[in-house]
Design a protein around this ligand. Structure first.
Ligand SMILES: *Cc1c(COP(=O)(O)O)cnc(C)c1O
Length: 424
């Protein structure tokens, strides 16, 4: 029995049965959304993100100190002339309470996803990743012993590390790019013991990321007026919007939805281009010409998703439309400078994607796109990598299999299945 939440198709409005379901069973091109029975949020006495369990699609929790942190900025706020700048910090920074040891908000997605899977459809989760997501799931696997299979492009293997040995996991390196890794991941998930994690379509991932907005509203006392985030898929932007819909319905945090200010890293900014053209659909020739070349020039490569949930009902386009949102793009140089400025003023190192986001806030201030008296939430989606190395050793995770791009699963199937069985 599940009376904690109902899954609903955003487009059709019908309820859908929950078996770790990630697509509308009536075939609508739509995200599913969790509708929680608790209309008002009760924050629990827990150290990490499960204090927001009321609005997470899980019944149990995991013991973790990882969670979003929100604090009021003084130094960066003064520099930008902002009266009410709040920083949502998602990474490792114990002096501020930041205890995400894989250093990005992907861990906020991984934790509830693993719990939801175990509760709704026990299987071995398969995650295709360009780096940060894979690292987050490997860490959760390392902490809980729950097995996962992570598929990454070969050149991203060096980004996979944990702070506890990941003994029940398997990494597959694909000699190709992120898209090749996604394709191979699909083949693995089609095997009976395995389950595709689902990406943006997974309510656990979105509502996990949505805790950044919940934490901000609880800390500030109301929803912010503006929400700034760097996006690749835009899942975090959708999550922030959905969290603010719930906060609005709660009634205690204000009635105006935060305006989403989402940004991408030039020269690869397909959603910025489509949004400025007023289009709901992405047109590859127009929005991402020479995609491979453009992607190779982007500093924050976690922001280079070619198939983002932009057009789908309940996706990025709808989130921007409903909140009166804004999209912008910044160069590598602007991002680098903004990252340095942030570190000098606030005292922590940033993930390149968080530097992109900081640059977009600078740009919005310089061009007077925002009212400086209003409340701004800057989502620092990753950081503290250098700070972490002062306290904890990184344990590298090696690939168990390396496969050429475009090959089938057959060559490694037997060995993979055996490996996962013995680890379970
Ligand atoms: C994945 C990632 C992003 C982009 O998040 P989406 O909302 O999923 O596009 C931004 N910053 C960091 C550090 C990330 O790892």
């Amino acid at each position: 029995m599940n009376n904690k939440y109902t899954l609903r198709c955003v487009l059709g409005g019908e309820a859908v049965a929950e078996h770790y379901t990630t697509a509308c069973t009536n075939g609508h091109a739509s995200l599913l959304r969790a509708e929680y029975t608790a209309k008002q949020l009760t924050v629990r006495e827990l150290p990490g993100m499960f204090r927001f369990s009321d609005w997470l699609p899980v019944h149990g929790t995991l013991a973790t100190e990882a969670g979003p942190v929100c604090f009021r900025s003084l130094a960066l706020a003064r520099e930008l002339g902002l009266d009410n700048l709040y920083i949502g910090f998602n990474g490792y920074w114990p002096e501020r309470g930041g205890r995400i040891t894989t250093c990005s908000f992907k861990e906020l997605e991984a934790l509830p996803t693993v719990v939801r899977m175990r509760e709704q459809k026990p299987a071995t989760l398969v995650i295709a990743s360009a780096g940060n997501t894979g690292r987050a799931f490997l860490q959760v696997s390392a902490m809980t012993g729950i097995p996962v299979v992570v598929v990454v492009p070969e050149r991203a293997v060096n980004r996979l590390w944990t702070t506890v040995p990941a003994e029940n996991s398997c990494v597959i390196a694909v000699k190709g790019d992120y898209t090749d890794a996604i394709r191979f991941g699909r083949e693995v998930s089609a095997l009976p013991e395995f389950l595709e994690e689902g990406g943006a379509r997974n309510i656990a991932r979105r509502d996990g990321m949505g805790t950044v907005m919940l934490d901000a509203a609880v800390t500030i006392g109301h929803m912010p007026d503006y929400y700034f985030q760097a996006i690749g898929s835009g899942t975090g932007g959708i999550a922030a919007w959905e969290a603010s819909l719930r906060l609005r319905a709660d009634g205690r945090f204000g009635s105006r939805l935060p305006v989403l200010h989402l940004c991408q890293n030039l020269p690869f900014a397909p959603m910025v281009h489509a949004w400025h053209a007023g289009r709901r659909n992405l047109v590859p020739e127009a929005d991402m010409p020479d995609a491979e070349d453009a992607i190779s020039h982007v500093a924050a490569d976690v922001l280079t998703n070619r198939e983002p949930p932009y057009s789908i009902a309940g996706g990025v386009f709808d989130a921007l439309t409903d909140t009166g949102g804004v999209m912008s793009a910044v160069t590598n140089e602007e991002a680098r400078n903004a990252g340095t400025l942030f570190e000098d003023l606030e005292g922590i190192d940033l993930d390149p994607a968080a530097a992109v986001c900081t640059a977009s806030l600078l740009q919005a201030c310089e061009t007077w796109k925002i009212d400086r008296k209003k409340t701004v939430l800057l989502n620092i989606t990753g950081g503290g990598y250098r700070r972490l190395q002062e306290d904890l050793a990184r344990i590298p995770v090696q690939a168990s299999f390396t496969v050429p791009a475009g090959t089938g699963i057959e060559n490694i199937r037997k060995e993979l299945v055996k490996m996962v069985r013995t680890s379970v």
